[in-house]
Ligand binder design. Structure first.
Ligand code: FES
Length: 322
């Protein structure tokens, strides 16, 4: 089968190492086939990878940005997903090439912060690990990581995070799949300060961090999601989106975002994370009621704004200011 290369995965990288880093989590080391340096990246960056079965997936880079010879990603196997992670786990072989994008960063580390709090749920550790690794032996500020996982067996990079140099800054908590055992983050977020909070993990974790941090300065709380396009819900329905400036109107089917439909029709719209966390695709909503699926908008903004990379319509039609 010949697969088309997506427009933004123009860099074929060779798989130089495959390592199981936890139960159901596999890391892949990607290098230039000719051994040359890779384009630089900053902590918190991600790349898009075309999986062997032709899907396009976004993965955070988890290695130290000082490394120029490799990108390291970690992929969690999701048996209930759309097949991208299964293809990575079951089909990728050592030595094969994977079409990959240049790195982009929708979750950048603020320089000169007074302190950093990292909250990682499960595979959400990957961008955070790159941030911590970028600190080296002389962190620019105090930092603390709260790493929340199901069990020791499913906890990636556990040994590294238990090393003496990191251990005092790392809290690792396993809930054993029991919501009653969820880690209480309220003592961490109760008193706002001038530090920055970075959260990456399942939507439920990010929503609870957002709810608990409403009294913080908005610019000090940062989210990263792997839920590209907002995911699909069982009761999703197609809807119409009308562009007020041109009068053009398109149908947005189930499983596609407004942003991807606009792109298919040649309409230009700015984006970065494409998972509802960075705010780049914020668009004024002129008519209709949105089904908001982002982590950016606050309640008072939801009637008049929409993140077109993830959010959908509650009714049959939206009119947006594009
Ligand atoms: Fe980041 Fe939409 S592109 S919120």
């Amino acid at each position: 089968m010949i697969l088309q290369t997506h427009a933004d995965t123009q860099m074929p990288l060779r798989v130089a190492a495959i390592t199981d880093v936890a139960e159901g989590i596999r890391s892949f080391e990607l290098v230039q086939p000719d051994g040359s340096e890779l384009p630089p990246f900053t902590a918190g960056s991600h790349v898009k990878v075309q999986t062997p079965n032709g899907l396009l997936r976004k993965y955070s880079l988890c290695n130290d940005p000082a490394e120029r010879h490799r990108y390291v990603i970690a992929v969690k196997r999701d048996d209930g997903g759309q097949g991208g992670s299964l293809s990575m786990h079951d089909e990728v072989q050592l030595g094969q090439t994977l079409p990959t994008s240049v790195p982009d960063n929708a979750f950048p580390l603020v320089e000169n912060a007074r302190s950093y709090v990292f909250i990682a749920g499960g595979i959400g550790i990957t961008p955070v690990l790159s941030m911590i690794r970028s600190f080296g032996e002389l962190p620019p500020a105090s930092w603390k990581l709260y790493y929340l996982t199901r069990s020791p067996e499913t906890t990636a990079f556990l040994e590294e995070l238990k090393e003496p140099a990191l251990k005092r800054n790392v809290v690792i908590h396993h809930d054993l799949g029991d919501p009653e055992r969820a880690y209480d983050l309220w003592p961490v977020l109760e008193k706002p300060n001038a530090g920055h909070v970075y959260c990456c993990g399942p939507k439920g974790l990010m929503e609870s961090v957002r709810d608990m941090s409403g009294h913080w300065s908005r610019s000090n709380i940062h989210f990263e999601s792997f839920n590209e396009g907002g995911g699909v819900k069982a009761d999703d329905k197609p809807f119409q989106v009308k562009l007020a400036k041109s009068g053009r109107e398109f149908q947005v089917p189930v499983g596609k975002s407004i942003l991807s439909v606009l792109r298919e029709h040649g309409c230009d719209a700015a984006s970065s994370c494409e998972s509802g966390t960075c705010g780049t695709c914020r668009t004024a909503l002129l008519e209709g009621e949105a089904d908001h699926r982002d982590m950016v908008l606050y309640p008072e903004e939801m009637e008049s704004q929409i993140m077109i990379c993830v959010s959908r319509a509650k009714g049959e039609r939206l009119v947006i200011d594009l």
